[in-house]
Design a protein around this ligand. Sequence first.
Ligand code: MG
Length: 253
Amino acid sequence: MMSRLGAALAGLSMLVPAFAAERQAPDPKATEVWAPEPRRVAPGSAGAAPSDAIVLFDGTHLAEWVQAAAPERPAAWTVAGGTLTVRGGSGDIQTRRLFTDYQIHLEWRVPAALTGRGQARGNSGLFLASTGSGSGYEIQILDCADNTTYANGQAASLYKQHIPLVNACAAPGEWQSYDVIWTAPRFAADGTLLSPAYVTALHNGVLVHNRVALQGETVYAGTPAYRRHGPAPIKLQDHGDAVSFRNIWVRPL
Ligand code: MG
């Protein structure tokens, strides 16, 4: 007759294989990464710049901007009432600073009263890297609440290259936002393209491009192509329409 102790030991021995199996299971601690910790950034409230952003326009001055065609000259657009507005015919403006990869936030507004149609209806543009006056990589700014144009040239399109996933436009006269993550193209010393530019973009908080690759710089007609460049300014387009901007900030990555 088995003693109570014997019975207990027999019962315990039946558990041993289970314990052994448990010992062989992966240790969750082995896959925990504790360092380095991500740097702390205080998020901005209500669209305001995070603590580590470079503020490109805070509503009061254009110290961060110059004329794209003549970078030695201060930007000639109008600052009033906390907004920056295209002065039609004065030319594109671009940042003094140069950027490679970054996250940008920008708010824009086309005039409430618009008479033009198609591409002549609140046209401006955010050039994610300016490679010279009129050149670079444009995400279109245009009324698209009550406007028909070619889909790859509508607001939030990567002009003539990528149609936005959806039309997230607000009405003319309302403020709208772009949040864009830009990965600059990389080139070999001889100008060969090593990796294309990539764009992820949200329009009014809605995803419109999910890491799409560009075929080259924006062109109005013909086939896009890359030309070797390094860090570049960010540019805003003067297309003749009185488009306004506010709350522009950038975080180099
Ligand atoms: Mg444009």
